[in-house]
Design a protein around this ligand. Structure first.
Ligand SMILES: NC(=O)C1=CN([C@@H]2O[C@H](COP(=O)(O)OP(=O)(O)OC[C@H]3O[C@@H](n4cnc5c(N)ncnc54)[C@H](OP(=O)(O)O)[C@@H]3O)[C@@H](O)[C@H]2O)C=CC1
Ligand SMILES: O=C(O)C1=N[C@H](C(=O)O)C[C@H](O)C1
Length: 234
């Protein structure tokens, strides 16, 4: 497969190594300032860039009929526009806040736990995410997906807020510590005990492998998909 990497930072470079090991060719690497390029050289594009450019990267792929995988977080105010464009142009698109197999299993565990805890009003839920200090967005995309998983499955919660608690609100704490690839903890606390579920990424390899697997999966398809479709879970 010929792959375009939109964003050639920490993730772009990790994805490149894994893609080559899996027999693919990286035909384009795009970073800040690279505007005049031909995306149609690629069979599939993988966007791990920055929040302010993710939508235009994705739209450019869809407009040129190149399937696109995006892992960039912090741009979701435009997600529905990307879905509409993909449907209109009969393109192929996957966004996932987290491409690792482990986190996608963790997402399902989180939903199941939320269902179990819904009737137990003595427990309050909260979340914490820890990432490296270069991260531009907070809370992390993964923490938002986890919060949405609770809201959809637990009667007691209707929204989430960064560093703030309140009636029917899930408080999310975001910490920035050098070199942490990504740690997410969901906590249910009562007066008598605490239940934690936690995912700790040790490296970026899991995110990158998931993105390459998603890219392999999407070629030849049209539609808007999720990692649950790729992994056949959920
Ligand atoms: N979904 C998932 O599984 C994961 C998602 N992420 C997300 O992926 C994104 C990237 O993460 P990471 O690689 O760590 O970040 P980096 O900052 O290391 O890389 C981002 C890259 O995007 C480049 N960039 C800037 N402008 C553009 C542009 N117009 N077009 C293309 N690229 C551009 C930056 O270039 P320059 O430095 O020159 O500005 C930089 O090289 C983040 O949003 C992060 O949250 C990260 C890990 C896993
Ligand atoms: O910026 C990162 O590094 C990561 N971002 C994603 C997120 O916002 O959830 C995924 C992972 O946690 C690493």
């Amino acid at each position: 497969m010929n792959i375009a990497l939109l964003g050639y930072g920490k993730m772009g470079k990790t994805i490149e190594q894994i893609a080559i090991k899996r027999g693919h060719k990286v035909v384009l690497t795009i970073d800040k300032g690279d505007t005049n390029y031909d995306i149609t050289k690629a069979d599939v594009a993988i966007d791990f860039s920055i929040p302010t450019v993710a939508y235009s990267n994705i739209a450019n792929c869809i407009d040129n009929n190149v399937p696109v995988i995006s892992g960039t977080t912090g741009w979701l105010d435009k997600y529905e526009d990307a879905v509409a464009l993909c449907q209109e142009k009969k393109g192929a698109f996957i966004y996932a806040s987290n491409f690792s197999l482990g986190v996608n299993i963790f997402f399902e565990l989180n939903k199941t736990l939320a269902k179990m805890m819904s009737a137990l009003k003595q427990y309050n839920v909260s979340m914490e995410e820890i990432h490296h200090t270069q991260k531009l967005d907070a809370p992390s995309g993964t923490a938002i997906t986890l919060a949405d998983g609770v809201i959809e499955n637990h009667d007691g919660y209707k929204n989430w807020k960064l560093e703030e608690s309140g009636e029917q609100t899930i408080p999310i704490a975001a910490k920035r510590i050098a070199d942490v690839p990504g740690t997410h903890t969901v906590t249910y606390e009562s007066e008598v005990d605490t239940i934690n579920i936690e995912h700790i990424a040790h490296t970026r390899q899991g995110f990158a492998l998931g993105a390459v697997v998603a890219a392999e999966w999407i070629v030849g398809k049209s539609g808007v998909f999720s990692m649950n479709d790729v992994l056949n879970i959920g």
